[in-house]
Design a protein around this ligand. Structure first.
Ligand SMILES: Nc1ncnc2c1ncn2[C@@H]1O[C@H](COP(=O)(O)OP(=O)(O)OP(=O)(O)O)[C@@H](O)[C@H]1O
Length: 301
């Protein structure tokens, strides 16, 4: 069942079209990614979804509500964590949660939420004294305190170190597992690949494709490479006979096979047929970056 429907969304700022023509649907229970380079129009799009900006054209529906005219009802359905959550420096973690909970008629138990995002120990810490990762976790908790059906998370892990980023990803997965639909805005390919069930690739205010991460990558006819150290001598001809293989090269005792399609499976199967074990096996596959490049002619990052 779809919970968000965006049709032909258009939004311009003076002298600049930020969102040209954006359409997509988000299904209940999924993590839906909006992925694109800086300035692609991602934030403007989700601000229109959240009723924070008025579109110049097109329609938006969230759980059957029009964000422009039914803001109060929308507020109960949709939780938003936007970039650089601005909280007063001195506000303590518990105070921020308690304050946000007071905005809703039937809020979640913020103490439980504080535990869930791993901030119980920071309960009495001022916002200004939290680390980047802790601030992000607090902003996720604030987006969830109204028990929303849908949470919009915008550039959640920008500026975080790798460990804090992985912790935040786990938190997002837990939120989804608790039944909340998530719209995740990001310009990190790895983040979208790891978390999203489906992704809208956005470039210059337009959707260039909507698909699963694997579906987007499969659209690219990019070459893949399989590199390994064979346990016994392997004949080039054995590999070149496979329809997926285009080229075989060697460097020291390593063999690199280039080609397309299900290259790794095909190569390992052929080797197994000759009792050859591929040690140090490395597979280089196309990524969302390659998909974006193929679809737009530009690099994502
Ligand atoms: N309030 C505004 N007034 C004028 N132009 C704006 C405004 N907000 C955004 N823009 C411009 O609109 C375009 C799209 O911005 P938007 O923030 O939606 O992109 P984005 O994909 O979210 O990028 P980022 O990840 O950098 O925020 C950009 O060129 C931006 O400079």
């Amino acid at each position: 069942m779809k919970v968000i429907e965006v049709r032909n969304l258009h939004k311009r700022y003076p002298g600049h079209v930020a969102v040209d023509d954006v359409s997509f649907e988000v299904a209940e229970g999924e993590i839906f990614g909006i992925l694109g380079p800086n300035g692609a129009g991602k934030t403007t799009t989700v601000e229109c979804v959240a009723g924070l900006r008025v579109p110049d054209g097109g329609t938006v529906q969230v759980a059957g509500l029009d964000p422009r005219h039914e803001r109060k009802a929308l507020h109960r359905v949709l939780g938003v964590q936007l970039q650089s959550a601005a909280l007063p420096e001195k506000i303590k973690v518990w105070e921020a949660l308690d304050l946000y909970a007071s905005f809703y008629p039937d809020p979640a138990d913020w103490r439980e939420l504080m535990e869930r995002v791993g901030l119980a120990e920071k309960r009495d810490t001022a916002f200004a004294k939290l680390s980047g990762g802790q601030r992000q976790r607090l902003s996720v908790a604030l987006a969830l305190v109204g028990r929303p059906r849908v949470a919009v998370l915008d550039e959640l892990t920008t500026g975080l170190d790798p460990q804090a980023r992985r912790d935040t990803w786990e938190l997002v997965e837990q939120v989804r597992d608790s039944g909340v639909t998530i719209v995740l805005v990001t310009h990190f390919m790895e983040e979208a690949e790891r978390l999203c069930d489906r992704i809208a690739l956005i470039d210059r205010g337009r959707v260039v494709a909507v698909d699963t991460p694997a579906g987007l990558v499969a659209r690219v006819d990019a070459e893949q490479r399989v590199r390994f150290r064979p346990s016994a001598p392997v004949d080039d001809a054995l590999l070149l006979a496979l329809p997926e293989v285009r080229e075989v090269s060697r460097s020291g005792d390593h063999v690199t096979v280039s080609g397309t399609g299900d290259l790794a499976a095909s190569v390992t199967l052929a080797l197994a047929g000759h009792q050859i074990v591929p040690a140090d096996l490395r597979i280089e596959q196309a990524t969302l970056d390659d998909a974006f490049l193929a679809l737009t002619g530009r690099k994502l990052s």
